[in-house]
Structure formats: structure tokens, C-alpha cells
Design a protein. Structure first.
Length: 200
């Protein structure tokens, strides 16, 4: 289910994939339900492809959201995001993911994840488990993005989820920080990891 929920760079909140055609997707905001087109030139990442930095490996976003749901007994987050201090956010998140990387996961990242959780719950999207059909949805998004890619586009103007036909790229939760420098291509699949090194 999380594969159908999208993060679009430069746009607030989360979006649900409604339909797709050549060169564009129709997405619906989980905030106001408005539908808009999203083009391949935009940075579009499936929420299910996000990971959180930990002291060991990266934690998949679905596991983090599930941990929040369990802590809150299926309800909304108990912390007031508008008033919470950085120490409060870190203490809350430590109950969810005790070994999260304190140096690379910023309080803004934590707040973003908690807001995402609130949006999902408000829209009755409560099943965060990974499903086989999620892979199909993600591949379709990647294929649409690839169909309009050309040699003049830079990594900053194409979707982060894009991969060339020769190199498979796994998106990583650096979308929270749009000023990130492009990660050099390697033979190892990449991930979208929350708290990735900030640009500059």
C-alpha cells in the first residue's frame, strides 16, 4: 500500500497514486484531496522506498510507521508537533526506533515522519506491511519516468526513483532534504535514507 503513496519534491504532504499514463501520473493530495498531474521531470518517490538511518543498518519506513502505530495503539501521535522541542522529538523517536542514528537523523526528519504517519492514519491508510503488488506499482512508476528521460537531464531534474536500463537504483530518503548533492552512480543499489548528508 505504501508504494501507492508518493512524496513529490516541492509539494507538501503525501499523495496517492490515482492513475498513470505516458509521461505523467495523476496524484491526489492526502491533505485536501485535490488531484493534480505529476510529470517525470519532478522528483517522485514512493513512500515505501524510504529508510531511516540507524547505528547498524537502515530501517524500512514501513517498520517505523508500524512501531509508531503500536506505541499509540492505532491512534494519533501523542506528542504535540507544533510545540515539541528537539529533545522531546528525539526522546519520542527513541521509543520507536531506539538505535536511530542521532547524528544523521535530524529533528526535522522526525517531525516529517510523524506528520506522514498522521496523514496516513487520517486517510484510513493503516496497513503499513509490504505487499507483493507494491513491487509492481513501483516498477510502473520507474518505467514511466524512464520513458521521458533524455541525456540533457541532470539528477536534480529527474525523479530520484529513476534508474537506467543498465543500473538499478533503489530510492533513498534523502527527499526530506531537497538540497542534497546527487549520489554518484555505483554498482550497488541505492536507498532513500532519512537523515542523509545535507547539501552544500
Amino acid at each position: 500500500m505504501l508504494k501507492e503513496i508518493l512524496v513529490v519534491s516541492g509539494k507538501p504532504g503525501l499523495y496517492k497514486l490515482v492513475s498513470k499514463s505516458n509521461n505523467l501520473l495523476i496524484i491526489e493530495s492526502l491533505i485536501d484531496k485535490k488531484r493534480t498531474p505529476a510529470y517525470a521531470k519532478e522528483k517522485i518517490i514512493s513512500l515505501g522506498d524510504f529508510f531511516i538511518y540507524t547505528d547498524n543498518e537502515e530501517a524500512p519506513i514501513n517498520e517505523v510507521l508500524t512501531a509508531i502505530k503500536e506505541k499509540e495503539n492505532g491512534g494519533n501521535v501523542s506528542i504535540d508537533l507544533s510545540k515539541a522541542q528537539p529533545d522531546d522529538l528525539r526522546a519520542y523517536f527513541a521509543e520507536i526506533l531506539p538505535n536511530f542514528d542521532r547524528k544523521r537523523v535530524y529533528t526535522n526528519d522526525i517531525k516529517k515522519i510523524l506528520k506522514w504517519y498522521g496523514l496516513l492514519m487520517a486517510n484510513d491508510i493503516t496497513d503499513f506491511s509490504k505487499k507483493e503488488e507494491d513491487k509492481v506499482v513501483n516498477n510502473e512508476i520507474k518505467e514511466d519516468n524512464e520513458s521521458v528521460e533524455d541525456a540533457k537531464k541532470t539528477p536534480k531534474t529527474v525523479a530520484a526513483a529513476q534508474a537506467t536500463k543498465k543500473t538499478k537504483t533503489k530510492t533513498v530518503t534523502a527527499a526530506i532534504t531537497p538540497k542534497l548533492k546527487p549520489t554518484p552512480k555505483t554498482s550497488t543499489p541505492k536507498k532513500n535514507v532519512v537523515g542523509a548528508k545535507r547539501g552544500g
